[in-house]
Design a protein around this ligand. Sequence first.
Ligand code: COA
Length: 360
Amino acid sequence: MKSGLEDVVAAETVLSDVDGKNGRLIVRGVSLDDLVTRSRYEDVLELLFDGFFPEDGVMQAALGATRVEVFKHVALADPALVVMPPVDGMRAMLARLGDGDDRATALRLVAAPAVFTVALLRLKDGLPPMAPDAALGHAADTLRMLTGQMPTREQIAGLDRYLVTVADHGLNASTFAARVVASTQAGLTSSVLAALSALKGPLHGGAPGPVLDMLDAAGAPANAAAWLDGALARGERLMGFGHRVYRVRDPRADALKGAVRMMAASGAIDPARLALAEAVEAAALDLLKHRKPDRPLDTNVEFYTALLLEALGFPRQAFTGVFAMGRVGGWIAHAREQALDGRLIRPMSVYVGPRVEVAA
Ligand code: COA
């Protein structure tokens, strides 16, 4: 068997292609580079859902109305949920949504991570949650509900680019979890809950918060190399580097670096923070090349995610929930694709435990 199921093919999909050798990501035939320059999150949802649900109205309006619908659950958030890490609180609230396989269930599951995460963040700060505005795009309304103010054009574009960039990515751990549950015909909510549970681990979607911890610990560009060298000597992994599939630079890192630079040009990112991140990235790549010469380790999606989400005003403990706001589109499309295939996923294991002979 292959440890970590490396290189094992476990699904056929029309949704996305992760080309690890050439550092390319294709979503339904369109390369990520093209997608990020011309699409908002709603466009990518239409692309991902095409053929999996009957068309029913314009995506932006339908999703806006669904944000308003799921907001009623926010009133049920009790203090125990509010003190949990935001991704755990959001998952508990998501579990209240009924299971189903239709477009209405899918839209509720897309709307809810954004509505619930920002409401929980405001409740944690002792602020009243903001009701959704159905007329706005998903990225704009999410930022407005977070801060209570209408975001700038650059901020909306920054969040849209992030959501588009992370919307789907082949058979990553959380998407595989979604497909396993979908294969039992349990329903979309169950699939999304399983996927979210897989996403929150630090080896998958939990890395960007620790990326900021790393920047803080490095402190200044001149200290970056020494701090990173110490971390590697202690046997630690550098968060935001390395990938199971990419053997070259993760194309999503460049898509997000572009968004970070765009926001820096509009004054929304402190130039000193960007300079520190670039120094840490350069030092990390240099050290990893020397310490792990046999394993190409390059920047992954999480590194610039950290900078972008921080600049958009999300606290670091909420980053995994924001990742889920984007990836949920991919989870749902994969879950539908798997459920329509109709075959239960049920691999084999090799028993390596003892065999006790009972005397006759
Ligand atoms: N920092 C330092 N060393 C790393 C590393 C990192 N970020 N990522 C991998 N390595 C090293 C491992 O220690 C291992 O070295 P060894 O063979 O000397 O023990 C070697 O590279 C192979 O690692 P492996 O665990 O087999 O890679 P993987 O394909 O299973 O793991 C990740 C992929 C993403 C889990 C891994 O690169 C990682 O932990 N990265 C940091 C967390 C992160 O950024 N996650 C977000 C992913 S998008």
